[in-house]
Ligand binder design. Structure first.
Ligand SMILES: Cc1ncc(COP(=O)(O)O)c(C=O)c1O
Length: 448
């Protein structure tokens, strides 16, 4: 069992170790406080384990180096933004050559057509649109779902994350009501007015929430990945498709993270039939862009529902959306990096990572579990894998989390922050995985 006093003691020791080995990051953090709010360029960076964030110098493949010269195995990979590995040769070449001929025109380039065709081939969706982030893609998908259905409400899942989409910064309270997520910053409207939050894998709750007939869309990750990896139970996706059809709601499947499953995400691998698919982050090797694809049927309805003269002011936009550079980067990524070979190589390594973690859990009889989806793995502090977001959230242990992250970091391993997720890229090695298993064992042993 975890020894709470030891955990505190060890965390203090790790903090000292961190400060000793990251003096330059500290110096830069102190300087940053003069111009960046709270000393960081993006607010949630304050939450990284450690006294201040590690400042990155450069990265290649599955590793990065910080400004103090420390080397890390990167299992975070920009929380999927760099799932393809840092600076893959083919993308670097394509991007650096292309950038010389201009980056953004507000006009289409042929690459965009290639990307649409390739995404259709992969995901089976007929028509595609592009945006600058997956958050935007989700927001636009929700808007269009409301536009075509003329219905106001959205269904999302307890402890889901789909980016900073207002309707989804919500949870279910103990009475089953939809309320703002703790920490929701200045909600523009009470999310209870826009959203019904239900638990994942609860088919009766899904039907109950749809029954009133006022739901424009259900927004779902095909496997929840932001409260640990929470798989669907057998039959859940069939019910989700059947019930959304029955009650006239658009089914939006957000593959931003589940693209870790394979070239066509979970949708292709499990033959899902959504109305809209959203994909983002890694599809252009970290150049900001995302895509959302429509079924033929919904796409035709959407095209009809957008008034021609007013389409520039209708709330779907982004000056840099579908910019030429991002389309070229996406083409290079899809054609040369994020290929069948990529997954064939890294999914077995993810399995090895999981087996390593599981061996330590077994050795010390820890009440933890570990789960895998394609090249993504995650350990969680409860005995059995959670069935839904509520169960997963109940097992969150902030102190333990911070310790595991910091102790890993001090030993040259970066895990995805705020949960214990690891992504394996094509150039992660067996040695990298073995090192993680050894470090995981050592840092767990230190708090028993
Ligand atoms: C499932 C899912 N969808 C969408 C997003 C939003 O992506 P972005 O922050 O790139 O807009 C995230 C971010 O983590 C996500 O996990």
């Amino acid at each position: 069992m975890i020894h709470k006093e030891k955990l505190k003691e060890q965390y203090e020791k790790e903090l000292q170790l961190f400060e000793k080995s990251h003096p330059k990051s500290k110096e830069l953090y102190e300087r940053a406080k003069g111009s960046l709010l709270q000393g960081v360029p993006m607010n949630w960076m304050v939450k990284w384990a450690g006294s201040y964030p590690v400042c990155v110098a450069s990265a290649k493949g599955a590793h990065f180096q910080d400004v103090d010269g420390n080397d890390y195995i990167d299992f975070c990979l920009g929380d999927t933004g760099s799932m393809v590995g840092h600076a893959p040769e083919a993308s670097v070449k394509a991007i650096t050559e292309y950038v010389k001929q201009g980056t953004t025109f507000m006009l289409p380039t042929e690459d965009a057509i290639w990307c649409g065709e390739e995404l259709s081939r992969r995901f089976g969706m007929k028509y595609w649109q592009f945006s600058t982030s997956a958050t935007d893609a989700n927001r636009f998908a929700l808007r269009l779902a409301r536009q075509v259905t003329k219905k106001p409400m959205i269904i999302a899942y307890n402890w889901c994350y789909h980016g900073t989409v207002d309707e989804t910064v919500a949870i279910m309270d103990e009475n089953g009501n939809t309320v703002a997520k703790p920490g929701n910053l200045g909600p523009q409207v009470d999310p209870g007015k826009t959203t019904r939050i239900i638990e994942w894998n609860d088919i009766p709750a899904l039907e109950e929430a749809l029954k009133k007939g006022d739901v424009a869309a259900v927004l779902a990750e095909p496997v929840m990945t932001n409260c640990g990896i929470v798989h669907p139970e057998p039959g859940y996706h069939d019910a989700l498709r059947e019930l959304t059809r029955k009650y006239g709601a658009v089914l939006i499947i957000d593959e931003t993270h589940t693209i870790c499953t394979g070239v066509g995400g979970y949708t292709k691998a499990y033959n899902l039939q959504p109305d809209i698919v959203v994909v983002g982050k890694t599809i252009a090797s970290g150049i900001p862009c995302a895509a959302y694809g429509f079924s033929q049927e919904l796409g035709d309805r959407v095209a009809e529902a957008i008034p021609y003269e007013l389409c520039d002011i209708g709330g779907i936009g982004g000056t840099l959306a579908a910019n030429a550079l991002s389309m070229h980067a996406m083409k290079a990524t899809l054609s040369e990096v994020l290929t069948e070979d990529f997954y064939a190589r890294n999914i077995p390594l993810a399995t090895k990572f999981n087996e390593g973690v599981q061996s330590v859990i077994n050795e010390f009889d820890l009440p933890w579990n570990t789960t895998q989806l394609g090249c993504r793995t995650e350990y969680w502090f409860r005995k059995e894998p959670a069935k839904n977001g509520g169960e997963a959230e109940a097992a969150v242990d902030f102190e333990l989390d911070q310790y595991m992250h910091l102790a890993s970091l001090n030993r040259g391993i970066l895990m995805t922050p705020f949960h214990n997720m690891a992504l394996i890229t094509a150039v992660t090695t067996e040695e990298d995985i073995d090192k993680h298993t050894a470090v995981f064992r050592e840092i767990v042993q230190n708090i028993l």
